[in-house]
Design a protein around this ligand. Structure first.
Ligand SMILES: Nc1ncnc2c1ncn2[C@@H]1O[C@H](COP(=O)(O)OP(=O)(O)OP(=O)(O)O)[C@@H](O)[C@H]1O
Ligand SMILES: [Mg+2]
Length: 238
């Protein structure tokens, strides 16, 4: 069966698209799913991230850049879809570009990471609008907002409530809190599963991964701690 395709997109820069893509990819790969991240951002953040890993301990999922192909990624993805269970498309921060539109048209599920701040809530409206238009072409597309870089306080609470009001494109109850462990995982070229002392981050990534697999209709496998590179030993910050 061809891969399920998940697009991670938003108009807003720096809202956690690459973080959500890479952590979910790590989780899926470690659970034994053949997982690929397609980096569609010419900044190349996810490609550079995976490139930080050592040869002995690679990033658990395959990461490739198809950014130069822009909307022609559709044809190229067809080849990869036969060889993978899950493909995550990490989009650039520009919904007017042809990339998110092309990605949404071939996706099973779309995630919009939203930091609980008002500017992020405003920007998410444009992203949601694009998803709604894409759904007219691709009726199978499910779209959710994901809380990203969560923090405490009244702004967080107010923004969360606004996002919860939308029942058409719901806010998932589980997301990623703001944590140092996420930055550490980038330094090592791994997901948080490979970072020592990151159990709180691993727990929330696993919860999000389980929710996404459920929405995709994929039977949830337990994390086996083996990915493309075999056993992942936790790493300490130097
Ligand atoms: N949950 C988190 N906790 C701490 N830092 C985070 C978290 N999520 C993301 N970051 C950091 O915030 C910054 C922006 O995150 P990220 O690169 O994932 O956003 P993006 O939406 O992909 O950005 P761009 O629009 O540039 O592609 C990065 O420095 C990243 O390391
Ligand atoms: Mg990014």
């Amino acid at each position: 069966m061809p891969a399920k395709i998940v697009t991670v997109f938003n108009q807003k820069g720096g809202c956690g698209k690459t973080m959500v893509s890479m952590q979910l990819a790590g989780s899926f790969a470690l659970r034994g799913y053949r997982t690929m991240v397609v980096d569609m951002d010419k900044q190349g953040t996810s490609t550079i991230w995976a490139g930080q890993a050592s040869a002995e301990r690679p990033f658990p999922a395959t990461v490739i850049s198809l950014a130069p192909l822009r909307e022609k990624l559709i044809g190229e993805l067809a080849k990869h879809a036969e060889l993978h269970d899950i493909i995550l498309i990490d989009c650039p921060p520009a919904i007017e570009s042809s990339i998110p539109w092309a990605a949404l048209n071939i996706s099973d599920l779309a995630l919009i990471p939203v930091i609980p701040l008002m500017d992020n809530v405003w920007a998410s409206r444009e992203a949601k609008e694009l998803a709604r238009r894409a759904r007219e072409e691709n009726s199978e597309l499910q779209t959710y907002c994901v809380p990203s870089m969560g923090r405490r306080g009244n702004v967080f609470k107010a923004c969360t409530e606004i996002l919860q009001e939308d029942s058409d494109i719901p806010l998932l109850a589980t997301g990623l809190q703001q944590r140092n462990a996420y930055g550490e995982s980038q330094m090592f070229g791994l997901s948080v599963h490979g970072v020592a002392g990151a159990s709180a981050a691993v727990k929330e990534v696993e919860e999000l991964a389980t929710v996404v697999l459920g929405r995709l209709g994929i039977e949830s496998k337990q994390k086996n701690r083996k990915g493309k590179g075999g056993e992942v030993k936790q790493r300490e910050v130097a």
